[in-house]
Every structure is written in C-alpha cells, then in structure tokens.
Ligand binder design. Structure first.
Ligand code: TYM
Length: 345
C-alpha cells in the first residue's frame, strides 16, 4: 500500500479537514506500519498559489499547518517519533511540478472544464482566473501518480479530482505504456462513510471551508474552549426536538450536520446519538456537543501551541520529509520521461 494525500496550507485546519481526511491519515499510518505500507502526506503550497495570496502568510501557514498535522497525530519522519509518515511541502519536491507538465500533454481541456471546483472558484470571472487554478487538478494528479499511490484518503469534495487523476493515468498508460508494464498505478480514493462532508455551522447547505469569510462558520482545531462554546451556541439549528431515528432528520440540514458532528467526534453512529438525544431540543444538545468538542480538541490544541514554539523543528520535519519524497519520486519521473521519448543525457 502506498498512501498519499495533501492539504492546502491556507488558513486553519478545521473540523471538516480533520473528520473528512486527517483522522484517516493518522489511522492509515497506523495500518501501514503494520502491513509494511508507506504514507506520504504533504502541504499543497504549490496549489495555494493558484489564488491570490500574501507570500509571508503562505510561509507562516505552511509551518502552522505542519504543526497542526503533527498535533493531530501525523508521526512525521524527522519529528522525533517513529517516523511512520513522510510529511513535506510540495515546493521542496520539484518533481511534482515537473510531472504536472508531462501530464499536461495527456489531460484534456474537456475534462478540466467539467471540474466543479474550478467552476465554483472561478465563478463568472473565468477569464480573470489564473491558469494555475484551471490546471490545478493536473498538479493534483501528479501529486499522487508520482508515488504510485494506491490509496488517497480525502473528503467527498475531492472525489472528482481523484477520478480525473485515474483518467489521466489510464490514458497515459494506454497511449505510452503496455498493459504488462504500466507507467502509473490507478489510485483509489478513501472517503469516510459518515463524516465525508462536514457542513458550515451557519448554512447547512454549504461545506465547512477555510475560504468562508465568517470564522463562525467553522470550528478550527486551534479554537479554545470559549470560542468553541460561542460558535456552537450561535450555530444555526431549528426549533424542533431531535428525532429518535435517523430518518427523522430528513429535510433538517443543520440538525443533520450537528448530530453528524457529534457522532463523528464520539466515534459512534448517528442512530446511537439519537438514541440518547431523541426528544430533546438544541438547548440540551448544543452544550453536550460543545463539551465533547472541547474534550476531544483540547489535547490537539495543547500540542499544537507547543509545536509552534519550535520553528527549527518544523523546518527539519519538512526538509527531511522532502528528501525522502524526492528519492521515492525519482523512478516514476524517469519512467515518464522515457515513456514520452524525451532524451536526457
Ligand atoms: P483542502 O486543503 O481543501 O482539504 C484537505 C482535506 O480536507 C477535506 N475536507 C473536508 N472533508 C469533509 N468536510 C469538509 N467540509 C471538508 N473540507 C475539506 C478535503 O476533502 C481534503 O481531503 N486539492 C486538495 C489538496 C490536494 C490533494 C492532493 C489531496 C492537493 N493535491 C492530492 C489529495 C491528493 C485540497 O484543496 O484540499
């Protein structure tokens, strides 16, 4: 098993990232240690420049996100633990950008035009969007194909990008390789059953996101107890009591999201939450949810704050992780050049 996944170092790590992806990163790292698999997790800083950004903030966010991931349990090479995962930022592994260019010859305009994230982010002003935003999914394909990833733990919103990566791999293998000796492995997305799509606290129809201008829409993993309490208190809900079974949540997007959050954080099913809270209103449920969130997030927060104090240690993790990633990337990149008939020395 080769497990590969990434996160953009823009803003804070929030509960959507944690429950949708990072929790799985940590779980898969434990499995891989047993089965002899390998995990590569990275900060997608090259993706982050596809949208307007402030360079000093990007550099800060890259280190902060590194600290947040380690605080969540990513056991990084160079981090003083067992080093069960390789953690790095793309900018230190130029093979990502190199492979993207090689794959640009295979990716089709029609495929990119269909990407919902491109349509959402470019909006009506696609003429003014950066070329990087448009070719973003090809870089994402390069990220995973470069390492022959077999499994990619992500939230639901990344499914389409992963399907594109498979399409690119398939077409490249068909056009430039043989069935006996394919250049790329087709990666499989690993999407959690219950928490694949955590919604905004202010709008049950929008996903929880770093780009939402309102901080009240999300719980950041760095929020302190008072902030969590205030955000859950203000979270949109409804006036009805909770049902005793899942079917009763139909048509109640905000209630569904809050109950789903509880279930995911407690590690129990939605039905089990409703067995406890059915018949009770949000006046009872919200304080219980806040208490659970504070209890689960406090240790992460404490570790995060401590890690942030030691910038050289964070830089060591990224540097050592990148050195390992560069080694692992070399064979596939060489094979891709060869398959395309590009002469190099
Ligand atoms: P990003 O940085 O937006 O999010 C990181 C991970 O968090 C998941 N996620 C969510 N899951 C559930 N509910 C939500 N509200 C929610 N919001 C975010 C995302 O699905 C993702 O798994 N393009 C990617 C980064 C990337 C990548 C890759 C991922 C670049 N290259 C290669 C996998 C493989 C992104 O912007 O994720």
């Amino acid at each position: 098993m080769r497990i590969v996944s990434g996160i953009q170092p823009t803003g804070n790590l929030h509960l959507g990232n944690y429950l949708g992806a990072i929790r799985n990163w940590v779980a898969m790292q434990e499995d891989a240690a047993v089965t002899g698999g390998q995990c590569l997790y990275f900060l997608a800083d090259l993706h982050a420049i596809s949208q307007p950004h402030v360079p000093a903030e990007l550099a800060n966010n890259t280190r902060e996100m590194t600290a947040a991931l380690v605080a969540c349990g990513v056991d990084a090479v160079g981090g003083g633990g067992l080093g069960r995962a390789i953690l790095f930022n793309q900018a230190q592994v130029p093979q990502h950008a190199e492979l993207q260019w090689l794959l640009n010859g295979t990716a089709r305009m029609g495929w990119l035009n269909r990407m919902t994230q491109w349509k959402d982010k470019a909006g009506k002003n696609s003429e003014g969007a950066s070329v990087a935003l448009y070719t973003y999914p090809v870089l994402q394909a390069a990220d995973v194909l470069l390492y022959q990833a077999t499994h990619v733990p992500v939230g639901e919103d990344q499914k389409q990008h992963l399907e594109l990566a498979r399409d690119i791999a398939q077409k490249f293998n068909n056009d430039f390789a043989t069935p006996e000796n394919p250049t790329f492995t087709l990666p499989k997305p690993i999407i959690p059953g219950e928490a694949a799509r955590i919604m905004s606290l202010r709008d049950g129809s929008a996903k929880m996101s770093k780009s939402d201008p309102s901080d009240m829409s999300r719980i950041n993993l760095t929020d302190d107890a008072d902030t969590i309490l205030a955000k859950i208190k203000k979270a949109k809900s409804d006036a009805d009591a909770l049902p005793s079974e899942k079917a009763g949540l139909e048509g109640r997007a905000e209630a569904t999201n809050l109950v789903g959050l509880y279930a995911a954080m407690a590690g129990i099913t939605v039905d089990a939450v409703l067995a406890d809270f059915g018949g009770k209103g949000f006046g009872t449920f919200k304080p219980a949810l806040s208490e659970l969130l504070v209890e689960k997030l406090e240790p992460i927060n404490t570790r995060f704050v401590a890690l942030l104090q030691d910038r050289p240690a964070l830089d060591t993790i990224l540097r050592e992780g990148a050195a390992r990633a560069r080694q692992l990337a070399t064979p596939t990149l060489n094979a891709t050049y060869d398959a395309l008939g590009l002469v190099r020395g």
